[in-house]
Design a binder for this molecule. Sequence first.
Ligand SMILES: C[S@@+](CC[C@H](N)C(=O)[O-])C[C@H]1O[C@@H](n2cnc3c(N)ncnc32)[C@H](O)[C@@H]1O
Length: 304
Amino acid sequence: MTNRTGYVDPAYLDAAARLAEDGKRLSYERMRLSPGERALDVGCGPGTDTLHLAQVVGRAGRVVGVDRDPDMIAEANRRAQAAGLDDVLEHRVADATSLPFADGSFDGVRSERLFLHVDEPERVLAEMVRVTRVGGSVVVMDTDWGTRSVDSPEVDLERRFARVLAEECLANGYSGRRLFGMARRAGLVDVRVDPVPLVVTDYDFFSLLSRMEVAVDAALRTGALTAAELARLDEGWRAMDAAGAFFALTTMVMVTGRKPPPSHPASAPDASPVRHRDLHADAGDETAVEAAEPEGIRLPMRDR
Ligand SMILES: C[S@@+](CC[C@H](N)C(=O)[O-])C[C@H]1O[C@@H](n2cnc3c(N)ncnc32)[C@H](O)[C@@H]1O
């Protein structure tokens, strides 16, 4: 994978999937798939989501997962076979910047924690939009590592360490906050945002999810924190963990949009600029936004 932290294995992704379960379920809903339809998961990993999507579209539907890592695809195919879903599901090796599908091939397309790892996110989103049919949904969910907030007696060290993780360990560590603007620029309509909070209260689990050893190496390499400072940070977190008080919060951002017909005014650049008034006036009342402003922004999500 194209991240600077190196390979993450299926066991890591399974652990992360348990934490992000609610967000994942919501992302399937946001794809608005019906039985018999076609779905694509880009950067599918070991088939974490494709197996669930296969249940949504049923035997008459089709689900395809692509990932550029052949080992992930082999594991995804193994799981599909074990689940007896290999007639509905197909996993194949492909790069997200050049999807091997014709325009409009899918009714719904999603990706999760992919944009964090890619150097050309706009190109990936353009590809996802291209292979979606007109009227179909595109759902992109990514962590914003800038939101990682961990209670610590060492607030300054904690803040500096958070930046190391976001800026030195990932190709695109702030991708979550950039998805909304990207969706608008890609010409999607009915763009909505669903924040997905992830809470971890176990230090070992947190260390696994944060790729702690990679972040520590990066902190030392860049000189962002000294070994003594890292030891103090670790000590504080261990003490909190021992007292049952360890707390970390990170927010994932899910952005959903619909592909308009080519003639739609939103397909033109800057056709539907963000109006901040909409954000404030309509927050908390999605129905009103939907009726009054079809291309409006819907915040926050209320029906999870
Ligand atoms: C953090 S994992 C997420 C996997 C899965 N979406 C999930 O939620 O469990 C990111 C995945 O994206 C894949 N990936 C990274 N860059 C890619 C690219 N340019 N094209 C296709 N897949 C890519 C990686 O191989 C990895 O399986």
